[in-house]
Design a protein around this ligand. Structure first.
Ligand SMILES: Cc1ncc(COP(=O)(O)O)c(C=O)c1O
Length: 336
């Protein structure tokens, strides 16, 4: 399993298997702290990295959908070590680093965000973060729990050509069973116990059943590179079709897409960060969601979740979706 991961994601020289994306992100941050000897981390508003305490500050996904992006039960002591910046805002990151000199252990982000709806990294954003981390000896962590093995065999880092220091993986890597992984530069991963001083272990980590499922999944992806081309074509049809239908109905809605992840935002403004996403008409989204459900299409039930296109989506299903999309958008706005 480790060899497959290393083959597919070359920035991962050494990898540790865990049981979930949450565990992977929590552990990656602990290693970064051990390695740098620093306490603080930077994350972006609306990014979700699982339910580890340090990440439930301005979190995306379910926390955001419930209107509680900061969780009860997270102590002040933990919260003060998590600094947040708006996504796609390099000057804000620079300002945080300047205000906390020599104190930032890691910068963690979704290289393509799926947890405030689909948000695309602006041109130069990932490269800018890479350069800032280099200049300030900060560990750059790409959370590829969603994007890993999905946007390309090598994830978002392959697609955008940016190499992080550490990567976290989940979801696809388990082929449906609970697996996560974190890994990256050997020099950093050598800090993980028992080789190094950063403790991390788990009874069920790397258990045979989940690992077998993960290996079957990764081998399949490895052996079928054409699958990404097909997914791209299907996703383009769905996302472009959605945008066109909305426009034809006089709704100048924003559709963001990268590879097989996309979102229809119920706003005519571009969506580059959480504040933009929050401008959406979520009541209209709710009506649209239910209208789609009545037509047999079960979308992610939140404006702040991306849609993930599956290889199971056939031509026939694309047509069914586009028809339902048109009718549901009409219904969502008629009801207003
Ligand atoms: C980007 C990202 N990171 C981390 C996680 C947490 O993974 P898990 O739910 O497996 O703990 C998620 C889950 O949705 C995620 O989308």
């Amino acid at each position: 399993m480790a060899e497959l991961i290393r083959d597919m994601v070359p920035s991962i020289e050494k990898v540790r298997l865990v049981n979930s994306g949450t565990e992977a992100c929590m552990s990656a941050v602990r290693v970064a702290r051990g390695y740098t000897g620093r306490a603080k981390i930077i994350k972006f508003e609306g990014c979700y990295h699982g339910h580890g305490d340090a990440f439930l500050i301005a979190a995306g996904s379910g926390a955001l959908t419930m209107g509680e992006p900061d969780s009860a039960g997270v102590t002040q002591g933990v919260a003060q070590d998590t600094l947040t910046a708006p996504y796609n805002d390099l000057p804000a990151v620079e300002a945080l680093i300047a205000a906390n000199p020599g104190q930032i252990a890691a910068l963690i982000l979704e290289p393509v965000v799926g947890n405030m709806g689909l948000v695309v990294p602006a041109t130069g954003f990932l490269a800018g973060l890479r350069a800032l981390c280099n200049n300030h000896d900060i560990v750059l962590i790409f959370d590829e729990v969603m994007t890993g093995f999905r946007l390309a065999a090598g994830g978002a880092q392959e697609l955008f050509g940016i190499t992080p220091d550490l990567t976290t993986l989940g979801k696809i890597i388990g082929g449906g069973l609970p697996v996560g992984a974190y890994g990256g530069r050997e020099e950093i991963m050598n800090w993980v116990a028992p080789a190094g001083k950063v403790y991390q272990a788990g009874t069920l980590s790397g258990n045979p059943m989940a690992t077998a499922a993960g290996m079957a999944q990764l081998r399949y992806l490895h052996e079928h590179p054409e699958l990404y081309r097909d997914l791209e074509a299907t996703s383009a049809r769905l996302a472009d079709g959605t945008r066109q239908i909305a426009a034809e109905l006089g709704l100048n809605y924003t559709v963001n897409r990268v590879g097989s992840m996309f979102s229809l935002f119920f706003t005519s403004q571009p969506v580059h960060n959480l504040e933009d996403a929050k401008q959406c008409d979520t009541a209209a989204f709710g009506r649209y969601f239910h209208a789609m459900l009545e037509r047999g299409i079960y979308l992610a039930p939140s404006q702040f979740e991306a849609l993930f296109v599956s290889t199971a989506i056939s031509e026939e299903l694309v047509e069914m979706y586009l028809k339902a999309c048109r009718e549901s958008l009409v219904e969502a706005h008629r009801a207003k």
